[in-house]
Write a protein that binds this ligand. Structure first.
Ligand code: NAD
Length: 437
């Protein structure tokens, strides 16, 4: 199959590289000439484990190319995937569809022969109808079917997720498009990935329902963690105790600083707006959004409490900036609210992240960046673990403590426990765990 991918970001680039690896002939298109120039020079503009090798080998085999020119890529394609961003619209939180509709217009002008246009971006219910309308209006002759195929990959494990998905969801109405989509995903039949073929609107809503459910699960355990702190229980053990129940499951029960990232915050908000507009509000998700927003700010207060009630004039070392490990993505990362909250309270912040510093720089003012965790802790009155990178899982706490102005650790990912930290003389505050002196 000949495939064009419009948008070569986290989703577009991973999808393109994986489709090429399946044996398809893929052209990745992006409007950003720097991104395409980097890719054509063999540099990967994002950090995603394994992506450099996957891209390099498929480029070498001649199955993967990059361009800013949408025309030829679309004209030759059997299927065109839209994988552009759908950020929150400023002001009302609804998904900003500018990029998707812009891509649809660009595609429409260049269609030749029967083509399946597939929306891979996360888009509100009804977007497929609108994409179809835009294409038919711009190019009434076009022989086209518009399909929804939401993406469920996770940054940091994106290639594995794409190649061994829990399921593939495809929303369409036409058997001809069905055949094309099945051909594209045929290599995954070997992995026995379940394919759910359903209506377009159902597929669109499935993506939002999935993300909202996961965000709810995280928020649930975060509130239980707060309760644990008040009543002297341990959230890690509560999570294990409920997670072993197969109806609940163990995943997404890690208490922490609140969910962030490029998907959950914007997708929960967009679902709330969609539901309000449809006259069928999702009150549970509305509450999840509000609780999570408050939580990120509350984490700065937690650090202030650990520092004895004030951080004015103190240096705080922040370990981890990205919203989760193994990515450089800083979009809506909890570290942004936490650091700003600490600065507002008068602290000076030093930060270290294995991959996120470059993306963090334009988003954070007045932060000193360190070269590693120990340099970050130097002279600090507290160290705050915000992201559970592997590099922070086995720190030499004696060495770290000796470098600090005060041995205080706020562990927002429960990487260490009170026993371990106190053994090295740290005053320790985790999430949802009994406090140690
Ligand atoms: P991204 O911002 O990393 O990439 C989007 C790319 O599209 C950018 O490089 C931009 O330059 C390009 N672009 C915008 N308009 C274009 C146009 N008209 N023509 C060509 N290129 C254009 O975004 P992302 O993280 O890859 O997310 C893309 C979509 O996938 C979003 O809807 C997101 O919600 C969804 N999604 C993301 C993830 C994730 O983990 N990042 C997972 C599942 C779904």
């Amino acid at each position: 199959m000949k495939i064009a991918i419009i948008g070569s970001g986290y989703v577009g680039l991973v999808s393109g590289a994986c489709f090429a690896d399946f044996g398809h002939d893929v052209t990745c298109v992006d409007k950003d000439p720097r991104k395409i120039a980097a890719l054509n020079e063999g540099r990967i503009p994002i950090y995603e484990p394994g992506l450099d090798a996957l891209v390099a080998s498929n480029v070498r085999w001649g199955r993967l190319t990059f361009t800013t020119e949408i025309g030829p890529a679309v004209r030759e394609a059997d299927a065109v995937f839209i994988a552009v961003g759908t950020p929150s619209r400023r002001g009302d939180g609804f998904a900003d569809m500018t990029y998707v509709f812009g891509a649809a217009r660009d595609i429409a002008r260049n269609l030749a022969g029967y083509t399946v246009v597939v929306t891979k971006s996360t888009v509100p219910v009804g977007t497929g109808d609108e994409v179809e309308r835009i294409i038919r209006e711009a190019n009434p002759e076009a022989e086209v079917d518009v399909v929804s195929n939401p993406e469920f990959l996770r940054e940091g494990a994106a290639i594995e997720d794409f190649k061994r998905p829990d399921r593939i969801v495809i929303g369409l109405d036409d058997p001809r498009a069905d055949a094309v989509m099945r051909e594209i995903y045929r290599p995954l039949y070997l992995n026995q990935a379940p394919i759910l073929v359903t209506g377009r609107r159902t597929a669109e809503l499935t993506k939002y329902a999935g993300n909202a459910f996961l965000a709810t699960k995280i928020t649930f355990i975060n509130e239980i963690a707060d309760l644990c702190e008040q009543v002297g229980a341990d959230v890690q053990e509560v999570a294990r105790g409920i997670g072993l129940d197969n109806r609940i499951g163990r995943k997404f029960l890690h208490a922490g600083p609140g969910y962030g990232g490029s998907c959950f915050p914007k997708d929960t908000l967009a679902l709330v707006k969609t539901a309000q507009d449809a006259g069928s509000p999702v009150r549970l998700v509305e509450t999840v959004v509000a609780v999570n927003d408050q939580r990120k700010r509350a984490m700065a207060r937690k650090v202030i409490t650990a520092c004895g009630g004030s951080v004015r004039g103190k240096r705080i070392a922040v370990l981890g900036l990205t919203f989760k490990p193994n990515t450089d993505d800083m979009r809506d990362a909890p570290s942004l609210s936490i650091i700003t909250g600490l600065q507002d309270a008068g602290a000076t912040v030093t930060a270290y992240d294995p991959e996120g510093i470059e993306q963090a720089r334009p988003l954070l003012a007045d932060v000193d960046y360190a070269a590693d965790a120990y340099a970050c802790a130097e002279g600090a009155h507290a160290v705050v673990i915000v992201t559970e990178w592997n590099a922070f899982r086995a720190l030499d706490l004696e060495r770290m403590g000796a470098l600090m102005a005060a041995r205080v650790m706020v562990d927002l990912r429960n990487v260490y426990g009170p026993e371990e930290a106190t053994r090295y003389g740290f005053r320790y505050l985790g999430v949802g765990r009994r406090r140690a002196a």
